[in-house]
Every structure is written in structure tokens, then in C-alpha cells.
Design a protein around this ligand. Sequence first.
Ligand SMILES: Nc1nc2c(c(=O)[nH]1)N[C@H]1C(S)=C(S)[C@@H](COP(=O)(O)OP(=O)(O)OC[C@H]3O[C@@H](n4cnc5c(=O)[nH]c(N)nc54)[C@H](O)[C@@H]3O)O[C@H]1N2
Ligand SMILES: Nc1nc2c(c(=O)[nH]1)N[C@H]1C(S)=C(S)[C@@H](COP(=O)(O)OP(=O)(O)OC[C@H]3O[C@@H](n4cnc5c(=O)[nH]c(N)nc54)[C@H](O)[C@@H]3O)O[C@H]1N2
Ligand code: SF4
Ligand SMILES: [Mo]
Length: 733
Amino acid sequence: MGGLFFSLPLRHDAPAMNQAPRIERRASVCPHDCPSVCSLEVEVIDGRSIGRVHGAKSNSYTAGVICAKVARYAERIHNPDRLLHPLKRTGPKGSGQFERISWDEALDIVAEKFLEAERAFGSESVWPYYYAGTMGYVMRDGINRLRHVKKYSGQYSTICTAMSWTGYVAGTGHLRGSDPREMAVSDCIVIWGTNPVHTQVNVMTHAMKARKERGAKLVVIDIYQNATMKQADMALLVKPGTDGALACAVMHVLFRDGLADRDYLERYTDHPRELEEHLRTRDPAWASAITGLSVEEIEAFAKLVGTTKRSFFRLGFGFARQRNGVVNMHAAVSIPTVTGAWQYEGGGAFHSNSGIFHWNKALIEGHDAIDPAIRILDQSQIGRVLTGDAEALYNGPPVKAMLIQNTNPVSVAPEQELVKQGFAREDLFVCVHEQFMTETALMADVVLPATMFMEHDDLYSGGGHQHFQVGPKLIDPPGECRSNHEVFRGLAGRLGAEHRGFAMEPREIIDWTLKNSGWGSLENLEAHVHFDAQPPFEEAHFLKGFGYPDGKFRFRPDWTAIPSYNNGAMGPWATMPSFPDQWGVIETATEEHPFRLATSPARNFLNSSFTETPTSLDKERRPEVMIHPLDAGRQGIADGDWVKLRNHRGEVYLRAKLFDGVRRGVLIAEGIWPNAAHPFGRGINTLTGGDQVAPYGGAAFHDNRVALEKADLDPSLELPIARKHRRTEAAVG
Ligand SMILES: Nc1nc2c(c(=O)[nH]1)N[C@H]1C(S)=C(S)[C@@H](COP(=O)(O)OP(=O)(O)OC[C@H]3O[C@@H](n4cnc5c(=O)[nH]c(N)nc54)[C@H](O)[C@@H]3O)O[C@H]1N2
Ligand SMILES: Nc1nc2c(c(=O)[nH]1)N[C@H]1C(S)=C(S)[C@@H](COP(=O)(O)OP(=O)(O)OC[C@H]3O[C@@H](n4cnc5c(=O)[nH]c(N)nc54)[C@H](O)[C@@H]3O)O[C@H]1N2
Ligand code: SF4
Ligand SMILES: [Mo]
């Protein structure tokens, strides 16, 4: 491994009159919340601005390929709508009326409000809230240092990974798996509940290589014919939340037809014979009735993975965003364990490598200041927390003041009606540190302008691969933008928060973190550009045993004691099945709410990011919901009509898109569009729930029962797309 450091000026086409710009190609790494964490080569023009962004060929996972939205990053970093100066609210909350103030004044206000809340309601009434808008460790997680030192309420980060990680680790005991580059030497790649063509394009690079070079079969399991399924050799279109049934029937066939590796099972797993017995009644006919697949499809899939030793299960986040998602993830990772595929190169399973880096975040997060008595509030329940739900507050004080970084909860969090009510509270002080005037920033009292990744130094590691890398500061930020670290610092001084981390520069923190995690030093890392931390084959494939004391994979996990993600059991954990099964806790359709809605990711947005770039908006066009033509016809809905989706949480308007690649009774709304792109400013998360998924929480974004009806809105109504986040009520009239 290793790579080149591209600092030689490369000449591009010279403009006709002026001197040719000086273009350097500099190494960087994509900071966005995407498992691909691509290694980048950025064209830096005259040391001041950014040109094209390329995928690094020197990184064996990125392999020179990145997504289109980051290739055109100049559109985001040099966007005229970027926040450039601190702002103070002058009109009512959400009015968008702000005035420019100085950084000193802004930080003084925030500090004063935090101290005031602390005096009146205790330190837990301040809630720093953040997420993965940047995946850089210094900038993303440094907020926890301030929180620990000041004893502010903590955040239990459930919104994304709580279900999928738990389900996977329940079986394997470790958050790691077969080297994802091994997909290229696999004979069968099962892409399950992820849409990599949209969400992590590099999976396709390696999978397609196997297909081209070895004739590998590509199986895609999803609930609609998404962009990835269009490329599949075997497309399994299941009903939402039924993957547990499919996995059980597959394993039933494997045992029934002698395709289970019994020697492997005896050696490496906890209860193989009980599992076989348990599966005896879970046959393909049983699963067919649940999943909607035919018996033949299930038999064919089971036979394929049972007879192809090098079968690679690439398990995504999406199918775990169902209320039974943890059980389904665990059931899926049980399949390569029954076949023994883990033993072969190109075989086994992969979900995330986040466990291989063993980062020591003590300095970044200020672990020496942790007080275990301080409550930790559930990120996904922000709507309930801010509206005073006693259970969500652990019967503690209300939240009175917040600092929000790298996340846009007014758009992305479930139970949007509650979230909006919370942010509208006059007695809640909110400071949002952002790159754009997001819908959360619009609700703030103080808005601070943030740097982007090429404007500060940070350290990143890949969840979907095995490299880590530093993304250095390449250009100066525009206006008065400051990094997250500078904000912690500025506030720490004013709040009397003492910690050596606040006095250190990001590069010093990175160096300390590398050294204390066993990964050399900053100097060494920069000399290599990126470092390949892939564990040895035997470890990645669990050939020395799985991550439990007896080394055995758990077919029957103790759901209250899964390593790595645990804030105490929550949700309906007590009724979880012991062995893989179809667990009946999803929001099944009812007469009143006869459809099942999933909110899958759009290709040109990344969560709520890139909804501010013109090309992404043009490509996604408008918020739409995919409806089977027969379902639409029954209700007199034509393609392009306005429709209303409604459930007990609220209602949302979008355009109908008739599509026979969804099952009847299933609706798909790709997003996340700004709320303001929908009539009445109600975004898709108005419909999603914040109830905690068992056993450790999380939001079931793809598991919603809804009613569908044709909406009585002017058919020619086109909303001014939310580029400037204009208020839509006026537009709708
Ligand atoms: N372009 C783009 N890229 C992104 C993102 C984005 O919004 N846009 N988001 C980023 C983030 S934060 C994350 S966590 C990752 C997530 O990336 P993924 O792992 O791909 O997960 P999801 O995006 O939640 O959903 C993936 C697929 O799961 C399907 N699905 C939903 N329910 C079920 C089910 O019950 N069974 C099955 N089999 N499939 C189901 C959805 O239809 C969707 O096609 O992507 C990252 N990359
Ligand atoms: N309906 C529905 N809702 C979902 C999902 C879904 O599939 N469907 N997916 C969920 C998932 S998996 C996730 S992870 C969440 C993610 O939701 P968010 O956390 O909101 O995700 P992002 O859009 O990635 O980032 C949020 C913000 O971070 C800002 N930002 C980026 N870098 C920096 C920085 O260095 N400093 C500061 N101060 N700000 C920065 C960006 O400008 C952006 O506005 O959404 C969840 N919501
Ligand atoms: S694929 Fe993901 S990691 Fe790679 S450039 Fe695009 S958003 Fe960034
Ligand atoms: Mo996520």
C-alpha cells in the first residue's frame, strides 16, 4: 500500500488571455457520512479554490472511483449560499430574520445562555447535539469533550447504526468482516438491503469486477427495483421487513439439502442442531407467504449460495431500518455461517469495519472528564426530548439550551411535527454551527458559519473499507467561517471548561490519537497518504474464532448483552425471538393505513446535504413517491399528480411516480428532500416514528404504515425548490 503525494503543479488548458491558472493535485478524503470514505485527489487552483475532485487510484478500495456529487464539489464549497458570518435572530423563530454580529458577540451570547440554563436547571439542561455531517474525528466528536467537562447531557447516537451494527455483532461478536475488496474474487455477491449505486458506489466497482472477470453472480435483495437491483442477475424483491423469513427459509433449505457445513458449524457456532430443529417449520412455502417471493425464487437463491462456497454477503443498513431489523440483520449474517462461506477468500459477510481501528478517542472526547451519572438522551427522540416527554428526558430537567453541529434534525429526525414544536419553543436557546442556512439553522437564535473539510485538518477512517487518512486544510475558508474545534475552544474559555484538548491544534490531536491507537504518527501517515489497516485473513474471516469468549458465532444471542452498542435494553426487547425468525413488530398495513412506506436514499443527495447544490436539485427534480400503477389506478392517481400520505404522525404531500418496480401496497419516497420542497413545509420525516427499536434503539425510517390519497392541490403548482429554503406556506397559498 502507500501512495504518492501529488504536489506537482499540473498544467491544464490555458485560458485564452490570462496566465494559466496553477493547478495542484492534492490528496484529501471525503468527509461525508458514507461508508465509502473515498480517498480523493483535489485540483487546487492557484492555492485558493477547488476544481474537479477525483477518486484516488492509489487507494485500493476507492480505486479511482467516486460519486458524481463529490466530483463536482466546487459547487458545494464555492456555493453562493454558504454562511459566512455569525448571525443573531431578530425576528420570530424560523422567520429567517437575522442580523450579522461578530464572533465575540456570538460566542458571548451562547456562553451566557448556557451558563444561565446551568444555573437555573442544572448542567443537564444543556444538550450538545451533533452527528456525522463530517466524519472527521476531531471536528465530529470533539463536542463530547466540552460536554464531559461541563457535565452537559450526553447523546446516545441511534439515528443510523444502532440496529444494523447490533444485529451483525449479535452473531459475530465483532464489527468487522471479510475484506470488502474480496468481492472482486467472489463467485456470488449478495447485496442485501443496501443500494450502493446511490449510497456507496465503490461496492459496485469490486462486485462488477468479479462479474466481469469470473462470471460471478450478483444477487440483490431489496423492497423496490432500485438502481442496484437493475444490475442484478438475481433480483429478490421482498416485502418490507420480511428478510428474517427469507433468511430462515434459505437456511432451512441448506440443512434440508445437505448444503450446511456441519463440521464448520460444530466447531464455530453455538447451537447448530437447535437452529436446524428450529428451522424445520420455516420452509420456502412459509417464507413465500410472508416475503411475497415465490417458492422457486427462494429455492434458487438457497441453492446458489449453498453451492457457491465463495459467496460474499454485503449487508447494508437499509433493511435494518425496520422495527425487526436487528433480528433480520442477524438472520442474514447467519447464512454464510451455515454454509461455512467464511472460510473462503471471497466468501463470508461484511457490514462495517468500524471495529477494526480501535481508535483511542480519550483526548478528542475528554474521557478523563466523564461523569457516568450524567444522563444520555436518545438522539432519535429529539422531538420527544424537546417537547418535554418525561420518559425521553429520563425524568430529568428540560433541555433549555443546545449547540448543534453537523446535523440537520428539523429535516432528518423522525417525528418531525414534534421536532418542529420543540424548536419553536420560546424558552429553548439554540445555537447552530453550519455551512448553510439549513432548516435547523433557520430555527436557531445564533447561527455560526462553519468550515468545510478542505478548509480544516482532520482524520478519517472508512466504515466500508479498511483505510484511514488525514484530510488536510487545502484552502482558506470564505468569510469568517470557523471549524468546529475553534468553536469548542471559543466556548470552553467562556464557560470555564478546562481541558488540555482545547489548547491543542487539530494536527496535534490527530498525532496523539494515532500514537495512542497504535497507528504510528501523523508524520508517518502523511508520508503514506493513507494507511491500510486490514486485519489478517484469519481474523477478518473469524477463523481464529468469533468475538465471544468461546469463539463461537451466536445463532441464539443474548439480546441484552451484545457487545459494542449498548445503552441498556430498550424497545420491545423482551419479545425478541431467540433464534433467527420473522419477528412481528413492524408497522403492518391496516385497513386505515393500507400502504407500507420506505424513505430510501436519493442518489444525488446525501441525507440532507447536497440539497443546496443546483446540479443535485436538477437531477432529483422534485419529491416523488413511487406507486405501483395498479394501486394508483384504483385511486384515480395519474403519474405526476399530487398525492397525500397520511398516518397517525402527520401528513405529507408529494408527486406520484407510477412504477411497476415496487410491489403492490409498497411506497418508496427517495430523499431526504428539504421540508420546504413539500407543500406546507412538511417533510417526509413527518411520517416516520421515534419509538425505540429493540434492543438498543434506533429509528425505523423504512417502516411506516400510511394511507395514500390523491391530493386536492393545483396540478400546475411547482414549489420554488428549497434552494434558499424559502418558506412554502406562501407558495401554496
Ligand atoms: N446518495 C446517497 N448516499 C448516501 C446517503 C444518502 O442519503 N444518499 N446516506 C448515507 C448514510 S448516512 C448511510 S447510513 C448510508 C446508508 O446506505 P444503505 O446501506 O444503502 O442503507 P439505506 O440507505 O437505509 O437503504 C438501502 C436500501 O434498503 C432498502 N430497504 C428498506 N427496507 C428494506 C427491507 O425491509 N428489506 C430489504 N431487503 N431492503 C430494504 C431501501 O429500499 C434501500 O434501497 O448511505 C450513505 N450514502
Ligand atoms: N426519512 C429518512 N430520514 C433519515 C434517513 C433515511 O434514510 N430516511 N437516514 C438517517 C441517517 S442514516 C442519518 S445518518 C441521518 C443523517 O442526517 P444529518 O446528520 O442531518 O446528515 P448530513 O446531511 O450528512 O449532515 C448534516 C449537516 O452537517 C453539516 N456539516 C458538514 N460538515 C460540517 C462541519 O465540519 N461542521 C459543521 N458545523 N457542520 C457540518 C452539513 O452542512 C449538513 O447540513 O439522517 C437520518 N434520516
Ligand atoms: S461515494 Fe461516498 S465517500 Fe465517496 S465521494 Fe461519494 S459521498 Fe464521498
Ligand atoms: Mo446514516
